[in-house]
Design a protein. Structure first.
Length: 410
């Protein structure tokens, strides 16, 4: 944006700004950026949407029962009412970038590295927008900020930017966040930013469809139409990668998308209208038939959903019951294990006690036997001493002395 500022700003100096406002004065830069961006957004919106309307949009889509009366006028009115706020927020981000706080650089544009930067930019913004878009579909955020974009069930090129200011600022924030994180060529940034606006309008045009072999990988109008009608699928911006990873992908050929997004044969209506046939009556009959079919489908869908809900509740209750039983069983098992442990300990203690008693009895028995043997041994010894003394001295030692001596012997 500083290239554009350098070209435009000097030409406005004398006519618009006071002389005291120098070229690098930030309010002057902000005002210039705001004017430039507003002009750019306005021209881009009308020119690209008009081209898409002429070249890509199937005008018979306006005969679809979900197409709102005067829808294109409402879309343009909403876009114009929010555009100044979105442009103001974007201009602030541009100002920060111009004043050198981003990682935008003046490096050579024609080199291989520019391709790497472009690929990284696309990958990052595609991923970030997928998650922000999913976030905007959470009930609270959806009701306040994103739902006005989904009132267009049959989008037209003019509904691409017809949303709330917060929704638009949030979904475009990755384009600006990236340049504060990763180096990016300034010219490449301007080109990418313009292309993103073209892409956003194109995927709302109904007729911007990639070849069938790419349909599974690249977002196109069919994917985005499904998103507008079913709301919970195809959140991506350029590729279907994150929808595949996040489980939110729904291709146009899948059964469910064909059932829910089905409409009266608009081509037939178109032919009738062009040939000047009784279009109104025919359309009214077709519309009634379609509504009948749709209400039957709706009822069927609601019945299925209620059944699923009931099954889910039942499953939950069963699971709860099972977990209760398990916990009771495990408690019982724990208690019986404790009981067994306790009984084992008690019996062990009894056995120990009995064994101790037996040991003690054994010991006392042994002691009594020992003392008796000791006594016998002592009397034997005395008798032998007494014999020897008698033999030596021929005198008998009185029994009382021997007894007292044997008492003293160990
Ligand atoms: Zn959209
Ligand atoms: Zn959405």
């Amino acid at each position: 944006m500083d290239y554009l500022l350098a070209v435009v700003d000097p030409r406005l100096t004398e006519q618009v700004y006071p002389t005291s406002w120098t070229e690098d004065y930030w309010p002057r830069q902000l005002l210039t950026l705001f004017t430039l961006t507003l002009l750019f957004a306005f021209v881009m919106y009308f020119s690209v949407a008009a081209v898409c309307y002429v070249l890509l949009y199937n005008r018979c889509s306006s005969l679809h029962p979900l197409f709102k009366p005067r829808q294109i006028v409402s879309e343009i009115r909403r876009t114009l009412s929010t555009m100044p706020f979105i442009v103001f927020a974007t201009s602030i981000l541009f100002l920060v970038e111009v004043r050198g706080y981003s990682r935008l650089h003046d490096g050579h544009f024609w080199r291989l590295w520019t391709l790497v930067e472009a690929a990284t930019y696309v990958f990052f913004t595609d991923m970030a927008i997928y998650f922000l878009h999913r976030l905007l579909h959470t009930p609270r955020l959806y009701a306040h900020f994103h739902k006005p974009h989904h009132v267009w069930k049959v989008p037209t090129p003019f509904s691409g930017q017809a949303t709330t200011a917060i929704d638009s600022v949030l979904l475009s924030s990755p384009y600006h966040i990236f340049v504060f994180l990763v180096p990016l060529n300034k010219i490449l940034y301007l080109i990418m930013f313009s292309m993103i606006n073209v892409w956003t309008i194109a995927i709302h045009s109904g007729g911007y469809n990639v070849p069938q072999y790419l349909h599974h990988h690249v977002m196109d109008s069919q994917h985005h139409d499904i998103h507008h009608r079913l709301t919970n699928y195809n959140y991506g911006q350029y590729f279907t990668l994150w929808d595949h990873i996040g489980g939110t992908y729904l291709g146009s050929s899948s059964g469910i998308s064909r059932v829910i997004t089905s409409s009266p044969p608009t081509s037939e209506l178109c032919i009738r209208r062009k040939s000047g046939g009784e279009f109104k009556d025919y359309y009214e009959t077709l519309r009634q038939e379609h509504e009948k079919k749709m209400s039957a489908r709706q009822q069927d869908y609601e019945r299925q959903m209620a059944q699923r809900q009931m099954d889910h509740e039942k499953e939950k209750l069963d699971r709860l019951e099972d977990s209760k039983k398990d916990s009771i069983g495990s408690h019982g098992k724990k208690m019986s294990a404790r009981q067994q442990d306790y009984e084992r300990k008690i019996s062990q203690r009894q056995t120990d006690h009995e064994r101790e008693k037996l040991d003690r009895r054994e010991d006392s028995k042994k002691n009594s036997i020992g003392s008796r043997l000791q006594r016998e041994f002592a009397s034997d010894r005395m008798e032998r001493l007494r014999g020897r003394y008698r033999r030596l001295h021929n005198i008998e030692i009185p029994a009382i002395i021997m007894e007292s001596a044997s008492m003293e012997m160990p």
